[in-house]
Design a protein around this ligand. Structure first.
Ligand code: ATP
Length: 268
């Protein structure tokens, strides 16, 4: 049983933004979705979440075609934390996270004691417990990000998709979030996160999928994909791979194509 993306494709204005993506992020693992700006990472996550309707292809979770499910059924299986999600209504943090329980209630169901327990646990787990009574719109970017993660946790998804979840987070909060995501994988949740920070991916991910121009360029373990031969042509930079002195995981350094100290724009 796993997540399988099959030939997922989407185009706009005659341009293929996501172009026949096939990949299988492992179950109960943290997969980093990587690629340069405009590679199609956000769009791919939105396609899998059914926010954008794919022109072609499917996303199969544990044998079920996610895209064929009704929205509410899909929301019981997966949660998406979007980039820069903004609050348009003056909700408190607790109410915003409570929205994550909506797919689990019946049409006339009110808020149950269980819902409130799940919400409190999600807030605590996301490090947002102290924000519970604040108004969402008054939070800082990093605080808001934690609340969006808490809302996704309250959904109790089997598949968690996150678009640049470390945006706005300081280094401590980034590590906390990665720790949280890894904890979820140990409970069997499949997590796919679009990440720009290749070192964060190298230190935290079990699996990575590298996109460029809407296509999968490479997919596999961090040691197989995060190599100069793979990264340099995709990002147009020089890359060196070192070894972390404690974990033994790859640590990447980057230079302009002309080498350290070279000035000017990086060619793409
Ligand atoms: N609704 C849309 N209309 C027109 N172009 C779009 C639309 N959605 C996405 N695109 C284009 O598709 C390409 C991929 O966008 P997407 O946001 O998926 O990339 P990304 O890899 O997430 O980029 P970034 O790392 O910069 O966030 C971009 O060139 C973007 O401008």
């Amino acid at each position: 049983m796993s997540l399988r993306l099959e030939d997922l494709s989407w185009s706009v204005d005659g341009r293929l933004v996501v172009d026949g993506v096939d990949c299988t992020p492992p179950t109960g693992a943290l997969t980093g979705l990587l690629g340069p700006n405009g590679a199609g990472k956000s769009t791919l996550l939105r396609l899998v979440a059914g926010v954008v309707r794919a022109d072609r292809g499917g996303a199969v979770l544990d044998g079920e075609d996610l895209l064929a499910l009704r929205r509410r059924e899909r929301a019981r299986r997966l949660a998406l934390v979007e980039q820069e999600a903004v609050a348009e209504v003056p909700l408190t943090v607790r109410d915003a996270v409570l929205l994550g329980r909506t797919p689990h209630g019946g049409p006339w169901a009110g808020t149950s004691r269980h819902d409130l327990e799940v919400v409190d646990a999600a807030l605590a787990e996301a490090g947002a417990g102290e924000l519970a009574d604040r108004v969402l719109g008054t939070l800082s970017g990093g605080e808001r990000q934690r609340v969006h993660v808490a809302r996704a946790l309250a959904q109790e998804p089997r598949l968690l998709l996150l678009d640049e979840p470390t945006n706005h987070l300081d280094v401590h909060a980034q590590l906390d979030l990665l720790h949280l995501l890894r904890g979820l994988t140990q409970r069997g949740v499949t997590v796919v996160a679009a990440l720009h920070d290749l070192n964060l991916a190298a230190s935290s991910c079990d699996h990575v999928v590298l996109l460029a121009r809407g296509r999968v360029v490479a997919a596999g373990g961090v040691r197989d994909v995060l190599t100069p031969a793979v990264l340099e042509p995709v990002y147009g930079v020089r890359c060196h791979v070192l070894e972390h002195p404690v974990t033994g995981r790859p640590v990447l350094t980057f230079d302009p194509l002309g080498g350290p100290g070279a000035h000017g724009a990086v060619a793409r």
